[in-house]
Design a protein around this ligand. Structure first.
Ligand SMILES: *Cc1c(COP(=O)(O)O)cnc(C)c1O
Length: 383
């Protein structure tokens, strides 16, 4: 875990607040009973926050399991020393089976062919291949159809190399728990689990709630909740905000690398989408661009914080850099920036704050996508 306050080689970074991450994890723990488990979803490098480091913090704060989206994400967690159970949230190609068994990663399973191949290989190594059965209750993304769960278990359970460790589904509209669509998914899932039990099959750990479901629909917690976005302090929707306050974990910071005062009419950046007006303007360059997850559609629209004040980003955002204007304003004089001065792209500076939600709504997307993007190249500093 990086312990410096900023990276030595680059004046742009993602600051990850481990205290906030710990408190958010505990907040989810507090939603569930002592016998229920918390599965922390750390796919996509923990939504851009750095999976290995975040998993350590979550483990210490009470995580019981981790969920990943790819086999290599699971392998990376194991190579970082993670010992808790790891669930892969989809069924990988058969070529992944050896890695699953070697690194003790439980796949989600929903095709008999995969289950058989997995069971065969496990048995030939003298192991038992644990899996979670995914049920399609209406999202129509992955899973065994909710009416076919008993048949599915019958077709795979005879295999001595297989063990069903859990049964789950995923909700498409958990942010609207009173809606008919959500109620229908809940009903289909509850009935499918009951059918499995009636037919004599042990479903193992039963789970379905994601972040919004965990917060808004505790009746569906079953044996485990799978929290992702909320752990990182981001709200999945407006409704959850009032129920479970969370602290944002990721801030994006950069230092000014260059300043200049172009004359009136001069352009800034590719395409000159901004031109210097009549007033004196200081153009400050920040070494962060769209390859760092700062979407180019925000060009000339977003703001950054400097000394607790909002400043306009100007010109097209480049791959690795962008420019900010500090305009002369006789009503509110602002000190100009110098090379090395700190600016905040996401996070708090004094009383001012820019959230991932603000940027996401300007991009017509969700905070999830922005967080993942900032994780791509920026170094993470854990504070
Ligand atoms: C991503 C994901 C989650 C976590 O969802 P959040 O909304 O981030 O809490 C849970 N379950 C599955 C199957 C997922 O794909």
């Amino acid at each position: 875990m990086q312990t410096l306050s900023e990276p030595p080689t680059r004046w742009a970074w993602a600051e990850i607040n481990t205290g906030a991450l710990r408190r958010n994890t505990r907040a989810f723990k507090s939603l569930i009973g002592a016998r229920q488990r918390l599965c922390c979803v750390v796919k996509a490098d923990a939504y851009g926050h750095g999976a290995a480091s975040c998993a350590k913090v979550m483990h210490a704060a009470g995580a019981d399991m981790f969920a990943v989206a790819t086999v290599l994400e699971g392998v990376a967690l194991r190579e970082a020393g993670q010992k808790l159970p790891i669930l892969l949230l989809s069924e990988p190609p058969a070529g992944a089976i050896d890695a699953l068994l070697e690194f003790d990663i439980m796949p989600s399973v929903y095709s008999p062919e995969f289950a058989w191949a997995y069971g065969e290989r496990a048995a030939s190594l003298g192991k038992v291949g644990k899996y979670h059965m995914a049920i399609n209750t209406g999202m129509n993304r992955i899973g065994v159809h909710y009416t076919e769960v008993v048949d599915f278990r019958r077709s795979v359970d005879f295999h001595a190399g297989l063990q069903c460790d859990g049964t789950f589904t995923h909700f498409a509209t958990a942010d609207e728990p009173d809606g008919w669509d959500h109620q229908l998914q809940c009903k289909r899932f509850s009935e499918a689990v009951a059918c499995l039990r009636d037919a004599g099959f042990d479903p193992g750990i039963v789970h379905c709630d994601n972040t919004p479901g965990s917060i808004l629909n505790p009746a569906m917690h079953f044996d485990m909740i799978r929290a992702g976005i909320g752990l990182y302090g981001l709200q999945p929707c407006e409704r959850t905000r009032a129920v479970l306050p969370l602290e944002p974990v990721m801030s994006i910071k950069a230092r000014v690398t260059h300043t200049c005062h172009p004359a009136m009419g001069e352009g800034v950046g590719y395409g000159f989408t901004y031109r210097v007006p009549r007033t004196r303007v200081e153009i400050c360059t920040l070494p962060i661009g769209y390859a760092d997850g700062l979407p180019r559609v925000l060009s000339n629209r977003m703001e950054v914080l400097f000394n607790g004040r909002r400043m306009r980003q100007v010109g097209n955002i480049c791959m690795d850099q962008c420019m900010v204007a500090i305009s002369e304003n006789p009503m509110h004089p602002v000190p100009e920036a110098e090379v090395g001065d700190l600016m905040t792209i996401v996070g708090r500076d004094g009383d001012a704050q820019i959230t991932l939600d603000e940027l996401a709504s300007m991009c017509q997307t969700i905070n999830y996508e922005l967080a993942c993007g900032f994780g791509m190249r920026l170094e993470k500093i854990y504070v």
